[in-house]
Design a protein around this ligand. Structure first.
Ligand code: HEC
Length: 109
């Protein structure tokens, strides 16, 4: 019985390991990658907040008037708040979140 399930296991292993490309996706960590916070903001945030952060679509707060710390900004971006959807799915790694947060802070100047 034990031998038989072992045998089946080996068969299943061979069948699955021969079935072409795997679905699993791997993102290579590139130490030289510098994310473009402004671009990420344009593509994902400006529709509500506007390029300058002041647009205010569907209750979006004026980012140029925001008084949140960078850490608080990051939390709002990841988790969302009220009418703001969460964006945790968006970022490949922390550097992208950091770049967007930095860009938002720069809208205050
Ligand atoms: C669907 C519209 C929408 C999109 C897209 C959107 N936001 Fe917002 N955002 C809002 C709304 C609405 C609020 C106000 C939430 C509240 O009242 O608590 C908000 C609030 C914020 C705040 C808090 C400001 C403060 O001073 O409290 C930050 C920071 C922020 N958004 C950043 C972003 C970033 C970065 C993106 C893109 C990754 C983004 N938002 C995309 C609608 C949006």
């Amino acid at each position: 019985m034990v031998l038989r399930s072992l045998f089946l296991g080996v068969i299943v292993f061979f069948i699955t390991s021969c079935s072409g490309p795997t679905i699993e996706k791997r993102v290579e960590y590139d130490a030289n990658y510098v994310p473009d916070g402004e671009l990420l903001f344009m593509n994902n945030c400006a529709s509500c907040h506007g390029i300058d952060g002041k647009l205010g679509v569907s209750g979006a707060l004026d980012l140029s008037q925001s008084t949140l710390t960078k850490k608080e900004v990051s939390t709002v971006i990841l988790k969302g708040r009220e009418g703001m959807p969460p964006f945790d799915y968006l970022f490949k790694d922390d550097r992208e979140l950091d770049a967007v947060a930095e860009h938002i802070l720069s809208l205050r100047k």
